[in-house]
Design a protein around this ligand. Structure first.
Ligand code: TZP
Ligand code: MG
Length: 214
């Protein structure tokens, strides 16, 4: 069984609006390239809803299962429970962390955080890992907070925060090492994989940079 830290190494976050081709194919290729964790984040312009979203979620979950990659659902706690996903990821604007924790029981809980206070609260309320970002400028999330850079992760570690951390936001090849060296356990990316000509090559190249940061 992989630890949460292992799973966070190369965390691919994606929904159909982030892809220019079939998200099932993009996911499969990315896993072939070494993705260690997948989050369905079906959000933004053109995002599927209702039954269409449920169907996509089931198909992507099946691809994850076949390839032993844990499957996380963004925001939609009810869908995560219905599908018995491996986990849920929530932000500061979603349901309170402790309420979600109670609902999901032993499923993994990830929480997006932007400062030390939010990180400490997430830990207190039972998060299994935290996302920290945006590390860099991103076009993917229209309501992203101000860029904080890898320094925020370094500061969290200096404050004694030991929970598994994944940096997110604008991370692409060449930026991975700084995020890892700041104390991150991995990198979470959307467009660096979802919009690459080859999701497999993109994931492989990112993984090489992650490995060389150790
Ligand atoms: N949360 C903070 S930034 C971001 C999310 C979901 C989007 C990251 O997308 P990209 O394409 O990797 O910059
Ligand atoms: Mg959210």
């Amino acid at each position: 069984m992989n630890t949460v830290r292992d799973m966070l190494k190369l965390y691919f976050v994606m929904g159909s609006p982030n892809c220019t081709r079939n998200p099932r194919q993009v996911l499969k290729e990315s896993i072939d390239g070494g993705v260690t964790l997948f989050q369905l984040r079906e959000k933004g312009h053109g995002a599927l809803q209702g039954e269409e979203k449920r169907q996509l979620a089931k198909e992507l979950q099946a691809i994850c299962k076949e390839n032993n990659v844990p499957f996380i659902v963004n925001d939609d706690v009810d869908l995560a429970i219905e599908l018995q996903a491996d986990g849920v990821h929530i932000g500061q604007e979603d349901e309170p962390i402790d309420a979600v924790k109670t609902k999901i029981g032993s499923m993994l809980l990830g929480v997006s955080t932007h400062n030390i206070e939010e990180a400490l609260l997430a830990i207190e309320k039972g998060a299994d890992y935290i996302g920290v970002g945006p590390m860099y400028e991103t076009k993917t999330k229209s309501d992203a907070r101000d860029v904080m850079g890898p320094l925020m992760i370094k500061n969290m570690r200096s404050e004694g925060i030991e929970i598994p951390i994944v940096g997110i936001g604008g991370i692409s090849l060449g930026k991975v090492r700084d995020v890892m060296n700041a104390g991150s356990d991995g990198v979470a990316v959307v467009s660096a994989i979802s919009l690459a000509n080859s999701a497999k090559d993109a994931a492989e190249e990112l993984m090489n940079e992650i490995r060389s940061s150790d």
